[in-house]
Design a protein around this ligand. Structure first.
Ligand SMILES: Nc1ncnc2c1ncn2[C@@H]1O[C@H](COP(=O)(O)OP(=O)(O)OP(=O)(O)O)[C@@H](O)[C@H]1O
Ligand SMILES: NCC(=O)N[C@@H]1O[C@H](COP(=O)([O-])[O-])[C@@H](O)[C@H]1O
Ligand SMILES: [Mg+2]
Length: 398
């Protein structure tokens, strides 16, 4: 599994070290940039043209990554040294088969990509195999089963398609009037069409965190906990370090270590946890950098993307130095058209402020198109500053 740094050649040359990103959104774009800094040849693939990471990659491919034949053809064509999944919606069984049969190297492992692409795989692993605390849950295929599960779990509960992210297709059912619309949304809103859903009991947490956990050649390292605010299952703000009681942090790290050790391989994992007092529940895990971890672009010397690049290349991570209280605010564009940003200068007027404009080629509905970043003397001050930057930035869809 280890890749020696000395084995990195020159992009486009016969000794190039090739990394194939499956998914080329804003998170992959930052990973691509970090890999390029090590002279890696980056090939970016996604379901649409001109995706953010494609704009900084050496080569790009547009395909349906859920199609096993198309995925196989792509991998045969690119012959990557490493495959780095960037989204869930990939035919991960193909990766499992190629890892077993053809020695393909998948980050962190093909099994981790397969287990986390659907909520059932990772939930059963965490709750049933590892015995970790989670919300109560049930899996349903039909509306009748769904109604049964809602009755058994009780209200409020949360309904999600098995394969979705950023809250797509997700609803919280608070009263009886929400039951039917939540089923309808779950059947139409996921990333892979209709089908099986999870119904989860609602966890009445004090706060939620992402514990960025890095498995690298010398062991496991944790970033400071990232606190975040979600609206409609989608991240809107994140900050770090989230203050936590010692017992809760220790429990969060115990859970994160158990899950990531089980998944194995090298790379960054975003372990999502709910916290109430000293009690911690496992929610889910991304075997890759996490959107709430965008805050590390300003809070740490090595962002989660730089950490991912180092870990997957088998390079050392001797320390994770942080720069103090920091925050991020996601910028969503709503409507239809090509994003155009105005007042970018106003968004950057204060010291300790930064910005990423993702370069997404179009919006149809609601889509995250940028993030503001800020650092200050306290979390409150950093959050307020990141919000001021977000309020200053204007997005038109033309
Ligand atoms: N059982 C639950 N109890 C309380 N809140 C929940 C529950 N499940 C989800 N949520 C809320 O919805 C958010 C999104 O849920 P989840 O992470 O499962 O969705 P997702 O679509 O995978 O999102 P992402 O891709 O951004 O991680 C959570 O961060 C949390 O705020
Ligand atoms: N919560 C997961 C997440 O944030 N993933 C990030 O969003 C992109 C998809 O965005 P899109 O839906 O705008 O194409 C993904 O490619 C990834 O970078
Ligand atoms: Mg999540």
């Amino acid at each position: 599994m280890t890749v020696q740094a000395t084995a990195i050649g020159t992009p486009e040359a016969r000794n190039a070290f090739r990394v194939l990103l499956l998914g080329a959104g804003e998170l992959g774009k930052e990973v691509a940039i970090e890999l390029q800094r090590f002279g890696v040849q980056v090939i970016a693939a996604d379901r649409y043209d001109n995706a953010p990471a494609m704009q900084v990659a050496h080569e790009c491919h547009t395909l349906n990554m859920l199609d096993p034949a198309a995925l196989r053809d792509l991998i045969a064509h690119v012959r990557p040294h490493l495959v780095v999944p960037e989204i869930e919606a990939i035919h991960t069984q193909t990766l499992v088969e190629l890892e077993e049969g053809a020695g393909l190297r998948v980050i962190p492992t093909a099994r981790a990509a397969r287990l986390t692409m659907d909520r059932e795989g990772i939930r059963r692993l965490a709750a049933e195999t590892l015995g970790l605390p989670t919300s109560p849950y049930g899996f349903v295929d039909t509306e009748a089963e769904y109604l049964e599960a809602v009755k058994a779990i009780g209200l409020p509960c949360v309904v999600k398609p098995l394969m979705s992210s950023s809250g797509k297709g997700q609803s919280t059912v608070r009263g009886v009037d929400d039951i039917a619309p939540a089923w309808e949304k779950a059947q139409t809103g996921g990333r892979a069409g209709q089908g099986r859903c999870i119904v989860e009991g609602f966890v009445d947490f004090d706060y939620e965190i992402t514990l960025l956990t890095v498995r690298h050649r010398d062991g496991t390292s944790f970033c400071a906990p990232v606190g975040h605010l979600q609206v409609d299952g989608d991240y809107r703000e994140s900050w770090m370090p989230q203050p936590m009681r010692d017992a809760a942090l220790a429990e969060a790290q115990r859970i994160a270590r158990a899950v990531t050790d089980e998944l194995g391989g090298y790379g960054v994992f975003g372990v999502e946890l709910f916290v109430k007092g000293d009690k911690v529940w496992f929610s889910e895990v991304s075997p890759r950098p996490h959107d709430t971890g965008l805050v590390t672009l300003i809070s740490q010397e090595l962002s989660e993307f730089a950490l991912h690049a180092r870990a997957i290349l088998g390079l050392p991570i001797p320390e994770i130095a942080d720069y103090g209280p920091s925050a991020s605010v996601a910028i969503l564009a709503k409507g239809k058209g090509i994003p155009q940003f105005r007042e970018v200068d106003r968004a950057l007027i204060e010291p300790g402020t930064a910005l990423r404009l993702f370069g997404k080629p179009s919006v149809d509905g609601s889509r995250r198109v940028a993030v503001t970043l800020a650092r200050d003397v306290s979390i409150e001050a950093a959050r307020a500053k990141a919000r001021r930057a977000a309020a200053a930035l204007k997005v038109d869809l033309i």
